[in-house]
Design a protein around this ligand. Structure first.
Ligand SMILES: Cc1ncc(COP(=O)(O)O)c(C=O)c1O
Length: 376
């Protein structure tokens, strides 16, 4: 048996999504920029997908730009704000995804911005009073970039509170929503955010797809030049079938949101309860009220720590030590390193989807029971 519990890294494609994509891999292949029939029909399909996506977030289709994924969307939000909106100061957290931290560090190194890191509580949550202090103390145009849910420990941001603070201090707000899109509803008419980022493969859509929402008040210019696609905002022939798949995947997620959430929560809570009862000495880096797709388990220190994920893989269990880039290795989790309450413990992120089953969880628990005493 092989069990896939690394859904925060990526998810399997939903068969219904594949169905929706297939016609655009076979018959409808025209270049959406072509003015003949073949191009017009694929252009219309992309615009239908954009409308569908926009309606799910209660925004205008003109505010949605398809990208290659979350990394590109994050880069666009950060780099374009600095270049086009006069942003001179970025406030972020030390536990953002590298698509944010590496980008802001590069901007700082180039001398384009001052970089501030907000303080975090022991569980990884943002210290909102510190965020307000940082915003109040700045004279320069500021962008706050904070993720909705942390991809490793699942801690959630109070986006309404951050949105209100950002408006009080007339700053911009970018929220990396890569881990929450498809799992939480977001009404952007009710909560003002200037930029959100999305990656289609995190909710059973295809890889290499995503979008950035850019609030119509944020007048940014393109990052990629060379064509008039995406209303001049993102050059390059569109990932047609990817865009169709992303829109279909989102539609499925939001039409079954409560049902999927309840199911996934039950699996996660069941696994937490079982391992708490059956495996001595474990703790958790994730919270019950955090991202419901993630359970980050702190295993006791052991001499074979680095081999733990490897051994899990041999036992047929796919999990992760941190973000996708460190899947299969326990090295380099800047998030766990920052929390750092027990540096020798082994952090393993198990992340769930609607395709997992209770039988799979039972299998994983049995394997963990066999493995943990061996390595302790
Ligand atoms: C929170 C977060 N942001 C950004 C990304 C990057 O997304 P992608 O790899 O699709 O570009 C990820 C992917 O792991 C993520 O979890």
């Amino acid at each position: 048996m092989r069990v896939y519990l690394d859904n925060a890294a990526t998810t399997p494609l939903d068969p219904e999504v594949l169905e929706a994509m297939l016609p655009y891999l076979h018959n409808h292949f025209g270049n959406p920029s072509s003015i003949h029939y073949f191009g017009r029909e694929t252009r219309a399909a992309i615009e239908r997908a954009r409308k569908q996506v926009a309606s799910l977030f209660n925004v205008s289709p003109g505010e949605i730009f398809f990208t290659s994924g979350g990394t590109e969307a994050n880069n666009m939000a950060l780099q374009c704000s600095v270049r086009d909106l006069g942003v001179k100061h970025i406030i972020t957290s030390p536990i953002e995804h590298h698509a944010v931290t590496h980008t802001v560090e590069a901007l700082e190194k180039e001398g384009k911005i001052k970089l501030s890191f907000v303080k975090l509580h022991a569980d990884g949550s943002v210290d909102y009073e510190d965020l307000e202090r940082l915003l109040a103390a700045t004279q320069e145009k500021t962008l706050v970039s904070l993720m909705h849910a942390n991809n490793e420990i699942g801690i959630l941001l109070d986006i309404e509170r951050v949105s209100a603070l950002v408006q009080t201090y007339q700053a911009y707000f970018h929220c990396d929503t890569v881990q929450t899109i498809g799992h939480y509803k977001l009404d952007l008419k009710k909560i003002k955010i200037h930029f959100i980022s999305c990656a289609g493969h995190k909710f059973h859509g295809p890889k290499g797809t995503g979008f950035i929402y850019v609030n119509s008040e944020a007048h940014i210019k393109p990052l990629i030049h060379g064509g008039a696609q995406e209303r001049n905002m993102r050059a390059g022939t569109e990932n047609l079938y990817g865009i169709i798949g992303l829109a279909k995947a989102l539609e499925i997620c939001y039409s079954h949101l409560e049902e999927h959430e309840a199911y996934i929560r039950t699996l996660r809570d069941y696994m937490k309860q079982k391992i708490s009862e059956e495996i001595p000495g474990i703790g958790f880096n994730s919270q019950d009220d955090g991202l419901y797709t993630v359970l980050n388990v702190k295993f006791p220190p052991n001499p074979k720590s680095e081999l733990f994920l490897f051994n899990l893989d041999i036992a047929g269990i796919a999990a992760s030590g941190g973000s996708a880039c460190s899947s299969g290795s326990n090295v380099g989790s800047h998030v766990i390193a920052h929390l750092n309450n027990e540096p020798d413990s082994v952090a393993v992120r198990f992340s769930f989807s609607k395709f997992n089953t209770k039988e799979e969880i039972d299998f994983v628990v049995e394997k963990l029971k066999e493995m943990v005493p061996v390595v302790v």
